[in-house]
Structures are given as structure tokens and as C-alpha cells.
Write a protein of this length. Structure first.
Length: 256
């Protein structure tokens, strides 16, 4: 069990959310519902997966910019799919000063399930003058693909340099179950916030109407203590996307 957190400790409210192209479980496309879910959670930073940019199926809306403008947040977007002007991918939205450190594609495999390119983006946030690194990703459907992707993320091009030098957060839709090899590989170096809080028991995030499993995660390194974790499960979140959002209040530990 973690030690009590000082009342005045610096806190970062992090949210991860697979928004399913802003198409809800009722089949309707509605960016405003996703914006409302995020606004209700009031995160400092939100990692989003499955966003459309100028795609015909989404009425040509730049969903990332639309959400960022609605929420008065800045953003960085990494497309994993391109077709002419149409794009699809992942984003980080932030109320805090944010700098993009890296974005790029992740390795794939020969599995027939590896039909969609996957990527990640790494940003630096300024939290009361202290730099915090946050990585957002959406891993593949094949176990071999996911393992290759996690291996790459833990390597020198992505996380290796940050894990020991900065407060670090990894979040996203991993398409992996707790206890899987991918999960165990990550938890050798990072803590699953749902397992490291004083007040919560791990809660499922998928599917949103009848959540039975965890696919969405927030991990932290030793520079953080998790104070509170939320998985909002209500009429609004059950309809807005096929995933429930995951939110964590992370407290920055005192610098050594």
C-alpha cells in the first residue's frame, strides 16, 4: 500500500480514451458527446485513440482540432493511416504547456490480424515547472505484433532514455489483457495505476455497455504516486464510445 500523499503535492490528472472515431455504441457520429465526456472529467492531459481527420466517413471534420478547440486545449496528432487528405490516428490534448518530442510508427508482424498500422507519440508536459514525459499509443490486435511494439517502445528510440530521468506516464489502448506477456513486460519497469492506488480495485473499460475486461491503461514510473483512479460508467460514457475512459490523479513525488 502506498504512503499517504501530502495535501499540497503536485498532481497531474491524466485521461486515456479510445473514442472510436467519435461513433457511439448507438451508431451515431457525434464529436460533442466525446467532448462532453472529457469536459466532465476535467483532465490536465488526455491521450486519445482512433480519431479521424478530414475523412469522408466523419463528414470531413478534423476531429482532433474540433475537440481541442471545444475543450480549449492544445494538441498534437500522429496519423497512422493516410489516404490523400484523409487521416486516422492518435492524439494528446493538454491544458498544460506541451512539446512534441517524438512521433512515429511501430513495428508490425506477418499475422493476418496485423492489418492496421500502429504508432505512438511522446510529449513533454510542464507541470509546475517540472518536465513530465507522456507517451500515447494504440497497439495491434496480434499478440506477436503487440510484443514487437512494446519491445520497440521500451527501447532507446522511445522510452529508455526517459524512464530513469523524468517522471513518465504511458497510456493508451494496448489491446492486451492484464497478465498477458505484453502487460508483464511493461510492469517490469512501470506501475499499473489501477494496481497502485489506495482507493480502487481494477475496473474494466471494454466494451463500454457491459465492461468485462481491461484494454485501456495508464502506467507510471517511480516519480509518481497514484492517488485516485476513475472509470466513469454512466449513460453518457456507455453511448459516446465503445470504450470507457480511464482517469488517474498522479502525484509527483519530491525530487531526490
Amino acid at each position: 500500500m502506498n504512503e499517504a500523499v501530502p495535501v499540497q503535492a503536485r498532481c497531474l490528472r491524466v485521461m486515456t480514451y479510445n473514442v472510436h472515431g467519435c461513433v457511439g455504441t448507438d451508431g451515431f457520429l457525434d464529436e460533442s458527446r466525446i467532448a462532453a465526456v472529457i469536459a466532465a472529467a476535467a483532465p490536465d492531459v488526455v491521450a486519445l485513440q482512433e480519431l479521424d481527420v478530414e475523412r469522408r466517413r466523419s463528414r470531413g471534420v478534423h476531429q482532433v482540432r474540433h475537440l481541442a478547440n471545444s475543450l480549449k486545449m492544445e494538441y498534437h496528432f500522429h496519423p497512422t493511416l493516410h489516404h490523400l487528405s484523409e487521416q486516422y490516428g492518435d492524439a494528446v490534448l493538454s491544458r498544460l504547456p506541451m512539446t512534441l518530442l517524438r512521433q512515429g510508427m511501430l513495428p508490425t508482424s506477418s499475422s493476418r490480424l496485423a492489418f492496421e498500422p500502429r504508432g505512438a507519440l511522446l510529449v513533454e508536459l510542464e507541470v509546475e515547472g517540472r518536465p513530465v514525459h507522456l507517451l500515447n499509443t494504440h497497439l495491434g490486435l496480434s499478440w506477436s505484433e503487440r510484443l514487437a511494439q512494446v519491445t520497440a517502445l521500451l527501447g532507446p528510440d522511445w522510452m529508455k532514455g526517459s524512464l530513469n530521468t523524468h517522471p513518465f506516464v504511458l497510456c493508451g489502448d494496448l489491446n492486451a489483457l492484464p497478465g498477458s506477456l505484453v502487460y508483464r513486460t511493461l510492469t517490469r519497469q512501470l506501475k499499473d495505476v489501477q494496481r497502485w492506488t489506495l482507493r480502487s480495485w481494477p475496473r474494466s473499460t471494454f466494451p463500454s455497455r457491459w465492461p468485462v475486461t481491461r484494454l485501456d491503461y495508464i502506467f507510471m514510473n517511480r516519480h509518481f504516486t497514484a492517488r485516485k483512479v476513475e472509470v466513469p460508467n454512466n449513460r453518457q460514457t456507455q453511448v459516446a464510445s465503445d470504450h470507457l475512459p480511464l482517469i488517474a490523479d498522479l502525484v509527483l513525488n519530491s525530487e531526490a
